[in-house]
Design a protein around this ligand. Structure first.
Ligand SMILES: [Zn+2]
Length: 291
């Protein structure tokens, strides 16, 4: 009887293993990206979803166009530029990188040659940070210098794009060390990069110096400094103030849970076991931040 049970168990394990490897093989085939789609947020303010990489934002001025983040391959950049061409003949003159992750900056190199790139000073430094596996950054290549941010700022920078004032804010370390919020005060629209994910667990790039406690503080500063009503994220749809507040509350809740377990003397492995697999990386980041 015991042997039968063991056989059934081993078949069960085999089925799980084979289905896992089949899934693994499937996930190795890169899915073709969905086409770029433009979405109007306010008159003259757009976001472009789809393609490879994060959402791109655009302000269509009377004489020029400003972009926010640049997608991740030439085909996606070409689709964004083609979509803009349908809206205006004005040239893209400036592009703000909200932070230096590849899905937001790799496409800089496929933008028109005379575009000026703008970012927080820490974001520029992060272009040169090696990947998590130690691979050196390809931005060390001198041929790419023209596509690096040439304009940087520390706390705040105002841009005049045709008749429109656009404000760039730095609220501190969060998702990375150099996250910019691009704010349109007339329309009360803020582009916030990857400071909030709503469709997956929040990513905090601890290996680059990002911080979950910093992210919460930065979002709270943003809510008190800006009267924004629409928040455009890198990887999900536009959210409202209530969703930002809810995200902050969830992060604080997770931080307090991890703190309570660490105070009890639990090891990082014990703490990670308490969380769903998809939350364990964030749990580990928070654990390491708590002294
Ligand atoms: Zn991203």
């Amino acid at each position: 009887m015991k042997r039968v049970f063991l056989n059934i168990l081993s078949i069960f394990v085999l089925v799980i293993l084979s289905s896992t490897s089949a899934f693994g093989q499937q996930s190795q085939i890169p899915a073709a990206p969905s086409p770029v789609v433009s979405k109007q947020i306010e008159p003259n303010i757009y976001m472009f979803t789809g393609g490879r990489g994060a959402n791109t934002g655009a302000y269509i001025g009377e004489k020029e166009v400003l972009l926010i983040d640049s997608k991740q391959d030439s085909a996606s950049v070409a689709q964004v530029l083609a979509a803009i061409k349908k809206l205006t003949n004005n040239p893209v003159t400036r592009l703000v990188n909200t932070h230096a992750d590849a899905d937001h900056v790799f496409g800089n190199r496929f933008q028109p040659a005379d575009v000026t790139f703008i970012a927080h000073e820490n974001c520029l430094k992060e272009f040169f940070v090696p990947a998590m596996n130690g691979t050196p950054s390809d931005w060390n290549n001198p041929a790419l210098k023209a596509f690096l941010p040439a304009v940087t700022y520390r706390d705040r920078l105002d841009l005049q794009v045709s008749a429109k004032r656009i404000e760039l804010y730095y609220f501190g370390v969060g998702h990375t060390t150099g996250d910019t919020v691009v704010y349109f005060p007339d329309e009360k629209v803020a582009f916030i990069g990857d400071q909030i994910f709503t469709t997956r667990v929040q990513l905090i790039h601890a290996y680059k110096g990002g911080s979950s406690f910093g992210e919460v503080a930065a979002l709270e500063k943003m809510l008190s400094a800006l009267d924004a009503r629409k928040f455009v994220c890198g990887h999900n749809d536009v959210i409202d103030r209530a969703t930002v507040r809810n995200h902050i509350a969830q992060m604080k809740d997770l931080q307090e849970k991890v703190r309570a377990l660490k105070v009890k003397g639990q090891s990082i492995e014990e703490v990670q076991k308490q969380f769903e697999q998809n939350q364990s990386a964030l749990g580990q980041t928070i654990y390491n931040e708590i002294i």
